[in-house]
Design a protein around this ligand. Structure first.
Ligand code: IVH
Length: 666
């Protein structure tokens, strides 16, 4: 889709989403998606001034008021905030501010950005006379009676200031109240609120004001609009508190933008512990006269900015679907996306998992999709934003043949993915070889993806077992492969022969057989030969082995390929019956299997090498073999796992003492 079409599509979509959000309090997408779409629209509009449209949703501040409540005109109108997504955008904001400020010193106040909704409170001679929502910024709704039900809001101000006193603040629903409300709604068969903001908005705009009083709403005020002219933002917050209005105690004064940035980093950790939802920090110029002088754009003041925490979800256009072939022949679809910022990086590709998920979620090329990136995990497409699809946009037809070898790709009953079943498929062989060389499989030193590609391109490996027929002299003649690499790979291939049967089984790449299943099978049957001969029933009788694994193992060995492979490996010197790896017989740690976790005082490899030199085996992950876990600083999930398995856990110092032989082994 061209930029012009995309702009039109985004405007239509955002208008609808904005209405759902501001007017109906029932958004169909997360806020982060909405923000991401708005930013995409703003970026496209900036690039195409010729497509300008005053009615574009990017020009509007918020929703329009609903007819349920009487209108309240805001004078001056309520503005919104510009957004900064990272430290660079904060520095840019600071440069703009300082450029305007001339010689004046610039300092900031940083406040949590509460995920609630704006309210304006009007007190006359200290008595609450009117409370209104923001509405579209110019006209909001009169919710005075509802606001009176919120116990945190005073009906009468302390010191009863004369005349009109107007404040702006945020109504929000703390998390405990939000959870309780949603639980009650679920129990009553009503739909849950999507987030605390919508719950707060829905609760405030109740026709029966008494209901509002039961919802546990809170308020924080942050701006004096009328009745006083504080010189600084700190004074404003002080004054609001002094007259008895609720003010958030979390407010930080920062003498420079560097301090502001440090505060964003600190708060990123703290916000998870707060009893209310925040979506960022608001950075405000401390000097309010200077703020006045800087003025505002149509939408937002120039003297403040909202720092938004990186969203873990975003929305963008699905440009294409690429299908790759994995080691077991699985056809894996990858989404090719219009680049989008997500959790601090630009994302262009995301996992689509498998054929089943694409069909289930009816994901089509050209759709606007929601993408999520949680932690370190590869981003994934989690769904489609139901925009108005063009009638020509077709359902995605998943390929029925392998995109690499052209062979038949089948989808077995009960499986979500389609697989290429050609055992000679070059894509499968490549992935298989990389898998075989991997740490958890045969751990072949010197066999990375580049070497695999080189071997394949020279036709030196046509089936996995060919790897172990390679001679060092042959390897040394490969281009860009010196004598040293050849010697290393040759040694790696030699060492691989002494791996125990469970790792050989894992290396075979039988679909569904991971490390754990391989361990269980070898432990039970005692040898690879026995596993290859076991019936499906015998396999599924093994505790921990389900019918899917059993069928897959049987299919692998019954098809001939697996069986031939085992014969070849035995001929090449692999021991198919060795249950455990041999630990060196010598040394104080002989027989121990050690796993290091957390931050150590020496490089991890050094610690591992030392453990090995003392006779221990070293593993990277905790398995049933593990006998000792050495936990350094801030050890995490592995330590928890070790504890839950009741393993022996040592500090680094204890391990040092143990390996020095100064302590008894038990
Ligand atoms: S100052 C001129 N301070 O964020 C704008 N806003 O995205 C004055 N918000 O409409 C806003 N906490 O509803 C300000 N400490 C805070 C805030 C805050 C939440 C909301 C407010 C505003 C929106 C802007």
């Amino acid at each position: 889709m061209g930029d012009a079409e995309r702009i039109h599509a985004l405007r239509a979509l955002l208008s609808r989403l904005s209405d759902e959000y501001h007017v109906q309090d029932a958004p169909s997408v997360p806020d982060a998606d909405y923000d991401a779409l708005m930013r995409e629209l703003e970026a496209l509009e900036a690039r195409h001034p010729e497509l300008d449209d005053p009615a574009s949703p990017s020009r509007r501040v918020g929703g329009r008021p609903s007819a349920q409540f009487s209108p309240v005109r805001h004078d001056p109108p309520l503005l919104s905030l510009q957004n900064a997504m990272d430290a660079d955008e904060l520095r840019e904001f600071d440069r703009r501010v300082r450029r305007e400020a001339g010689d004046a010193a610039v300092s900031y106040v940083v406040e949590p950005k509460i995920d609630g909704l704006t309210i304006v409170l009007r007190y006359e001679d200290g008595i609450l006379r009117q409370g209104a929502t923001r509405g579209d910024g110019s006209v909001g709704e009169d919710v005075t009676e509802n606001l009176r039900q919120i116990s945190a809001l005073p009906q009468r101000l302390k010191g009863a200031p004369h005349g009109v006193f107007e404040a702006r603040g945020e109504v929000f629903m703390p998390r405990p109240a939000f959870d309780a409300l949603n639980a009650a709604r679920t129990a009553a068969g009503e739909p849950e609120f999507a987030n605390p903001r919508n719950a707060a908005a829905g609760s405030l705009r109740q026709v029966d004001a008494r209901v509002t009083g039961t919802r546990g709403l809170e308020v924080f005020c942050y701006e004096v609009r009328r009745g006083a002219q504080p010189r600084t933002q700190s004074d404003a917050l002080g004054l609001l508190a002094q007259v008895g209005l609720p003010v958030n105690p979390l407010q930080t004064r920062c003498a420079s933008i560097a301090e502001v940035i440090a505060e964003t980093e600190r708060f990123a950790v703290q916000r998870a512990q707060l009893p209310y939802a925040t979506d960022g920090l608001v950075v405000k110029l401390e000097d309010l006269r200077l703020a006045q002088q800087l003025g505002a754009t149509q939408k937002a003041p120039r003297s403040a900015i909202a720092f938004k925490f990186p969203a873990e979800e975003a929305a963008t256009e699905l440009l294409d679907i690429e299908v790759q072939v994995g080691r077991t022949g699985t056809l894996t679809p990858t989404a090719i996306l219009r680049p989008v910022r997500l959790a601090g990086t630009t994302v262009q590709r995301a996992s689509l998992h498998n054929e089943e998920i694409i069909a289930q979620r009816d994901i089509r090329i050209g759709d606007t999709v929601r993408v999520r990136k949680a932690g370190e995990i590869i981003p994934e497409v989690i769904g489609v934003i139901a925009d108005e699809r063009h009638f020509l946009r077709q359902t995605y037809a998943f390929p029925r043949t392998c995109p690499v070898c052209g062979g038949e790709a089948v989808r077995r009953e009960g499986e979500a993915a389609r697989r290429c079943i050609n055992p000679a498929c070059p894509a499968q062989l490549r992935e298989w070889l990389i898998h075989i060389g991997g740490r958890a499989a045969l751990d072949i030193d010197g066999l990375g993806p580049r070497t695999v590609d080189l071997l394949l391109s020279r036709g030196l490996v046509l089936q996995p077992e060919d790897l172990f027929r390679l001679r060092e002299e042959e390897l040394a003649q490969l281009p860009r492969f010196g004598g040293k690499s050849a010697a290393k790979l040759a040694a790696g291939l030699r060492d691989a022969r002494s791996r125990p049967a469970s790792r050989i089984l894992f290396a075979l790449g039988v679909p569904h057989v991971g490390e754990r299943a391989a361990d269980l099978l070898v432990e039970h049957f005692g040898s690879l030969t026995a596993i290859a001969q076991a019936s499906e029933q015998e396999l599924s009788d093994v505790p921990g082995i389900g019918p899917v694994i059993a069928a897959s193992v049987r299919r692998f060995f019954a098809g001939g390929v697996g069986e031939r492979l085992l014969v070849s490996l035995a001929e090449l010197g692999f021991d198919l019956d060795r249950i455990r790896a041999d630990a060196p017989a010598e040394g104080p740690l002989a027989g121990e299997v050690v796993v290091f976790t957390g931050t150590l005082s020496v490089p991890r490899q050094e610690a591992q090498a030392r453990a090995r030199s003392l006779g221990a085996r070293v593993d990277s992950d905790i398995t049933r073999r593990t006998t000792i876990v050495v936990a350094g600083e801030s050890a995490g999930s592995k330590l928890a796992r070790a504890d839950s398995l009741g393993l022996r856990v040592l500090t680094e110092a204890e391990f040092g003492a143990l390996s020095d032989g100064t302590r008894e082994r038990n």
